[in-house]
Design a protein. Structure first.
Length: 141
């Protein structure tokens, strides 16, 4: 089981099922929300239990069909969810260590900031835009 929390610890979660490997996103939206780039994993919504006794978790509509969850106390970016999806995307940085996860791919590399390090030679698959959704599938248990 993986666990995680925001920086202040008011929002915590547990993931009882499998998660997908980490994806690194360079799109403008992720860059502006995080201040750099986005590293995230994903899980089935039914496998995630969020504890928010102090009601610190807030949701921001970042586009027409997407909401992003963050802690209203410390500002930690934590979740990304498409409307009606059975999965939830979770920031890798909010996971408690060790995770045992690895980086699967980089996406929206055409949007990469001009100050970002060139990582094209490290063997991690790169996509200039959004790859097909099967790349984001949650593995079976």
């Amino acid at each position: 089981m993986l666990t995680g929390k925001c920086h202040c610890g008011r929002v915590r979660y547990e993931i009882a099922g499998p998660v997908r490997p980490v994806v690194e996103c360079h799109c403008e939206s992720c860059r502006r929300i995080t201040g750099s780039l986005w590293h995230a994993t994903g899980a089935r919504l039914a496998d995630v239990t969020i504890s928010d006794a102090q009601q610190a978790l807030n949701w921001y509509r970042s586009s027409e069909h997407v909401a992003r969850g963050f802690c209203g106390n410390c500002g930690s970016t934590m979740f990304f969810q498409r409307d009606g999806a059975e999965t939830i995307t979770i920031t890798a940085g909010s996971l408690d260590q060790p995770t045992g996860l690895h980086l699967k791919m980089r996406i929206f590399t055409d949007d990469m900031a001009d100050y970002a390090a060139d990582s094209s030679g490290d063997g991690i698959p790169q996509h200039t835009g959004m790859p097909e959704m099967h790349h984001f599938a949650i593995p079976e248990e």
